[in-house]
Ligand binder design. Structure first.
Ligand code: CTP
Length: 397
């Protein structure tokens, strides 16, 4: 989600500084690089050693450290980052920022930077409510500084009200939102992907050859255009994409439940190869071999997830995209399928033996909508995904 993003984290001097340790951990879990700056007042609440251990790097603290100046000037320190985060942002730090003071490393970095800044204020409720702090807050907002929190609640000083620093995960979400750009920012898109497994008994199941590669590539392409992606996947061969909410399911019925929970969305891309049938009475005990009797499986029809969403009276996404895996008469079958299911577009492909699509890395698709058919040349599944994501972003614009 934040892979390769560089965060300069300034830790101010407040009791909430201990939460910054968790913030560092959460950011690194998501692939971010964190350069911590611990203010002198911050050192009263957390130690440089604990900050450095969690960040996996040196902690900056002294403006006049000549070694640091030689190796990386404080101005450069603030500019290599993708985002400067101040957590906790104390009343004092906010006042310094608003007034343009630069008398220690933290305030100097904040004055010298041309990188976007996000602050997570934390202070006593009276200090927060004070006209001076509110004036500084308005100045900072006006200067383009983003603000997350503070939240209301019991405070360490025994009072109640706004002033608690936002939780680390809220700060992470605000950081991700600030760093995400692209034409799909603000759009929520559901993608189903992979096969489903329909149990016969506790050890056996019915499945299909879908690897999940195409659905995964689509989810990745949508996320890289800034969409909030909910990725509902059956047991796929490929790893789920970065930066999306992953919901893992086994069966078609579980997939339907996860899809319904994800609504409403702006668009739905139904790339999963959902099993059309399940075993009506899956056994909860392993079926045993017997010389004379072959097991007989009774089937029941699975819900058609795409059709249910496309034809729903409530919460129908603005754009519903189905896939059609066909082995013959691709255009005829897919055109009929689009109308039967009620979706806006169908991405049709030939999955006959020898096409190499199922489990392969390339795909040749035909996109069918109400205006007709678009034949795309053979290309990698990643390329198909990028082109489809672009087409989706134009449709939702
Ligand atoms: N689909 C679905 N739920 C199902 C079956 C299919 O959501 N129970 C979706 C797939 O994700 C795909 C589209 O419907 O987007 C078409 O899938 P496909 O297997 O090609 O179509 P079927 O409805 O199974 O039709 P048929 O097997 O007759 O070709």
């Amino acid at each position: 989600m934040l892979t390769g993003k560089h965060i300069l984290l300034i830790i101010g001097g407040g009791i909430a500084a201990f939460k910054s340790l968790d913030l560092i951990r959460r950011l690194r879990e998501r692939g971010a690089l964190v350069t911590p700056v611990l203010s002198k007042a911050g050192e009263a609440f957390v130690t440089p050693l604990s900050v450095s251990a969690l960040a996996g790097t040196k902690v900056y603290g002294d403006l006049f450290d000549l070694t640091d100046e030689a190796e990386m000037g404080h101005i450069r320190l603030s500019r290599v980052a993708d985002l400067v985060v101040v957590a906790p942002a104390t009343a004092d730090l906010m006042a310094k920022m608003a007034g343009g003071l630069a008398n220690d490393l933290a305030s100097t970095l904040l004055l010298a930077t041309d990188t976007p800044v996000l602050i997570a204020p934390a202070m006593n409720v009276r200090m927060w409510d004070h006209p001076a702090t509110q004036r500084n807050l308005a100045t900072l907002r006006n200067d383009g500084v983003d603000v997350v929190g503070p939240n209301s609640g019991d405070m360490a000083c025994g009072e109640f009200g706004p002033g608690r620093m936002a939780d680390p995960l809220e700060i992470v979400a605000a950081i991700a939102a600030r760093l995400t750009t692209g034409p799909l920012v603000g759009k929520r898109i559901l993608v189903t992907s992979g096969p489903t497994h329909e149990p016969i008994d506790p050890v056996r199941y019915i499945a299909n050859r879908s690897s999940g590669a195409q659905g995964t590539a689509i989810a990745q392409a949508l996320a890289s255009l800034g969409a909030e992606v909910i990725f509902v996947t059956g047991p796929a061969d490929v790893a789920p994409p970065e930066g999306v909410e992953v919901i893992r399911v086994q069966t078609a019925q579980e997939m339907l439940g996860a899809v319904e929970d994800a609504l409403p969305v702006d668009a739905g891309v139904f790339a999963a190869a959902v099993a059309d049938w399940r075993v009506a009475d899956a056994s909860d005990r392993k079926l045993k071999k017997s010389k004379d009797v072959m097991p007989r499986l009774e089937f029941a029809e699975n819900p058609d997830i795409l059709r249910q969403v496309a034809q729903a009276a409530e919460n129908r996404p603005r754009l519903v995209i189905g896939f059609a895996a066909e082995t013959h008469d691709v255009i005829e079958n897919a055109t009929a399928k689009r109308l039967r299911k009620g979706c806006d577009w169908i991405v049709a492909n030939d999955v006959s033996t020898g096409s190499g699509v199922m489990g392969g890395t390339e795909n040749t698709v035909i996109v069918i909508d109400d205006k007709g058919c678009e034949n795309w040349p053979k290309m990698s599944k990643t390329e198909v995904a990028k082109r489809l994501a672009d087409r989706i972003s134009q449709a939702l614009a």
